[in-house]
Write a protein that binds this ligand. Structure first.
Ligand code: ZN
Length: 764
């Protein structure tokens, strides 16, 4: 350790500043150092490195609140035998900067005082793009040999002031948006008023938009990591109603390394537009990454039996309750129906995993039923959780599962009671262990080769968990080993697939990083009201806006029946009315969920289908069948298309009665099961096909006709100046008008509950 006196002398002679941030604020009068292009200007305090101003270069808007006490740009956790030591810009040190040109700034902190290792040096490199309102931020931690660097938070952008009419849009799997997020954050009880998303995991891509929805400007934050390293993104509400944005990086803990510097940069920019603008901006980068070119759908590796799915039936229980209704549905639709099958397994749901075999109805009955369904063209895929093991199962002890379970930083397992009826817990297994990959792939082998199913739905697939077990053979803590091992797992599973067979793997959630590994992605936000109620967030097709042409998304909790209760769970919590019809007042919720999935480019799904619904809920089932038929005529848009912004239209709204009974029934206490909220009665989604044609999907759930009337410029959709406009509906395709001089005008009446695709075909 160096002598403190020498350091102070050094400071005096070098003119560097020994500082403490406490008490400084954004309008401090210290000299500023700025990076500027014609779009944005970023300023930092010359003496401290504090980020003081983020200004649009035309002076039209300052993003940072001058009243806010400054916070450090970075924060680093070092694990020591004596405990965790956290350092940040308030830790006494020397600060230097170097600005080589108007676009590049290097900030350095070294000679830390009062910490165990003063060889540590932190460098933050901030660069402006020349002609874009974007900046990139990169950190390096040097001199850390012998240290366990477990967490590096960078950048920390504090003091983000209220832009007014704010919307926060985050790619939580499919995507969610919230109006006035500060109001909602304020209501959070507890220490931290924060929204946080883990990546790769529940956050499906690395971009968040916070913007003024009236004036269409805001903040664009993203990351250009193409290797899916583990990190978190968050927005937190601080004092004086300001927000702090943080990107938290989780390095692999490697005390032999002298430097930690991520291979990627954080991107901070000003956004001119809304979440769709942000998605388009991110898409320009994301679609060039390997996960897009290697995506199974893009490479034609997804089987035809999956691509041709016209409708999914998501049922639970024995084959008589699952495959028999699916046959009925297929006869009515006369198009391919596939089955997403839960509760087929011998164990009870959410506590007996992975003791799936034999199926609860017995081996022979199951295989006979599956073969019969497949003969009729129905492809059933079965549920198997790809990371949980029931801690109360016999196999947990017998197979010594504990050794291969994820351990947190304190050596504890990740154990959770999902099943509130049996109170038995599940523990997360480590994807990095060969044991778990062998175990799960052998289960898939049985499901596919012995039990003849068409594939496996891998529950909790799009997650990556930090594991600190040093005996597992993977890098410790963060890094990107989880995804690499998921790739190995799916490779191993597929190596046992029958040749020339339509077998596939689906998974929970959706993520850019999983595009090369899964054939289909379950994106349930489309029906989020059923599990989240009215929590301030609403679904948006953020993921589809970026990656629709690279991923097949499906799934919906949309049901006309009170959800079922697993027959293997305790009888005392079983509701009397399970599998009975839901009240008719929730019929429009069903239509709305289906309409969303149609216009947002999903493969449609009905949950809990039974044959009697076609007479008891005729209008709703007819709507669904019609929807599947219209969609089937427009697969070039709704399956393969690239997302475009829909034309501006004013849609009427209505207060709907919403059920939030969730996925399965049964109650252990009183909970809210219904609410009312206003929703649009018309839904639209616009898609461009590979051959440069545009399809605008429209779905009405209204009881009244709606006059469709919009004008768009062909140039905005990169279309030629003249062409033809058709309408595709269940009957076929009909011509309505032509357009010329680049002016596209569409005017017709959408009938009550009508579904169609307005097709714009350019003249060649
Ligand atoms: Zn592990």
């Amino acid at each position: 350790m160096k002598n403190k006196t020498n350091i102070i002398l050094l400071l005096l002679f070098c003119g560097c500043t020994f500082f403490c941030l406490l008490g400084c604020n954004h309008n401090n009068t210290g000299q500023q150092i700025s990076l500027q292009n014609d779009q944005i200007t970023l300023s930092f305090d010359k003496n401290t490195g504090e980020f003081t101003s983020f200004l649009k270069s035309d002076n039209s808007y300052e993003f940072l609140d001058p009243r806010i006490i400054a916070k450090s740009l970075w924060e680093i956790d070092l694990l020591r035998p004596s405990g965790k030591e956290t350092i940040n810009m308030t830790t006494p040190s020397e600060f230097h900067f170097s600005k080589q040109d108007p676009y590049n700034l290097v900030l350095t902190w070294d000679n830390f005082i009062g910490i165990e290792n003063n060889d540590i040096k932190i460098t933050a490199t901030i660069k402006l793009e020349k002609n874009e309102p974007l900046s990139s931020w990169k950190i390096a931690v040097e001199g850390c040999e012998g240290e366990k660097v477990s967490r590096v938070v960078f950048p920390i952008i504090s003091g983000i002031k209220d832009m007014g009419n704010e919307n926060l849009a985050a790619p939580k799997w499919m995507g969610e948006k919230m109006k006035n997020p500060r109001d909602h954050l304020l209501k959070i009880q507890g220490k931290e008023k924060k929204y946080e998303w883990d990546y790769p995991g529940r956050m499906s891509l690395q971009c968040i938009a916070l913007y003024n929805d009236a004036k269409k400007f805001g903040l664009y934050v993203s990351c250009n990591d193409s290797l899916a390293y583990r990190k978190n993104f968050s927005y937190k509400l601080d004092s004086l109603n300001s927000l702090t944005y943080k990107m938290t990086n989780y390095p692999s803990i490697d005390s032999s390394a002298n430097v930690y510097s991520p291979s990627y940069e954080a991107i901070i920019g000003s956004l001119e537009g809304d979440w769709i603008t942000a998605a388009e901006q991110y898409r320009a980068w994301g679609s060039k990454q390997k996960w897009s070119s290697e995506s199974r759908f893009n490479k034609g590796l997804t089987p035809q039996s999956l691509e041709k799915t016209a409708l999914w039936e998501w049922n639970r229980g024995k084959s008589s309750n699952v495959l028999v209704p699916a046959k009925d549905l297929m006869q009515k639709l006369n198009l391919p129906v596939n089955v997403f099958w839960h509760w087929w397994h011998g164990c009870s749901y959410d506590d007996g995993f992975p003791e799936y075999f034999p199926p609860r109805e017995g081996k022979e009955s199951f295989i006979t039923a599956v073969k019969s369904a497949k003969n009729e063209g129905i492809n059933p895929i079965v549920y198997m959780n790809q990371m949980q093991w029931g801690t109360n199962t016999e196999s947990w002890e017998k197979e010594n599962a504990l050794s291969y379970a994820v351990k947190d930083i304190n050596g504890n397992t990740r154990t959770h009671v999902y099943n509130v009826f049996t109170n038995k817990s599940l523990t997360t297994m480590c994807m990095g262990t060969q044991f778990w990959k062998d175990k799960y792939s052998s289960l898939c082998d049985s499901a596919i080769n012995t039990y003849q199913t068409s594939g496996v739905y891998m529950d909790q697939a799009c997650f990556s968990i930090l594991c600190y077990d040093e005996t597992h053979g993977h890098s410790i803590g963060g890094g990107n080993y989880w995804l690499k091992n998921f790739a190995k797992l799916t490779h191993k599973i597929r190596s046992k697939f029958p040749q020339n067979n339509d077998t596939f793997l689906a998974g929970e959630g959706v993520s850019e990083a999983w595009l090369p590994y899964l054939d289909a992605f379950l994106t349930l936000q489309v029906s989020m009201e059923r599990y989240a109620g009215d929590n301030g967030w609403e679904p948006i097709p953020f993921f589809q806006a970026v990656y629709h042409q690279y991923a097949i998304t499906y799934g919906n909790y949309s049901s006309l029946i009170v959800p079922p209760y697993d027959e293997l769970w305790p009888k005392e919590f079983a509701p009397e009315d399970q599998m009975k019809l839901l009240d008719k007042s929730y019929n429009k919720q069903f239509l709305m969920e289906q309409a969303r999935s149609f216009v947002w480019g999903f493969q449609p799904t009905i949950s809990n289908y039974q044959g009697f619904l076609s007479s008891e809920r005729k209008e709703e089932i007819d709507y669904l069948l019609n929807l599947a038929r219209v969609r089937y005529r427009g697969l070039k848009y709704l399956l393969h298309g690239k997302f475009l912004r829909s034309p501006d239209m004013e849609f009427p709204e209505e207060e709907l009665e919403m059920s939030r009974l969730s996925i399965y029934a049964g109650k252990t206490g009183e909970s809210i099961t219904t609410f009312q909220k206003k929703y649009p009665l018309i839904y639209s989604g616009t898609w461009k096909s590979d051959d440069n044609q545009v399809g605008i999907a429209l779905a009405s759930i209204s009881d009244h006709p709606y006059p469709v009337n919009f004008s768009i410029n062909s140039i905005d959709y990169e279309l030629p100046l003249s062409g033809t406009i058709n309408i595709i509906d269940a009957e076929g395709k009909r011509f309505i008008t032509t357009y010329s001089d680049g002016k596209i005008k569409v005017n017709f009446t959408l009938l009550p509950k009508e579904l169609c695709i307005v097709e714009i075909l350019p003249n060649l």
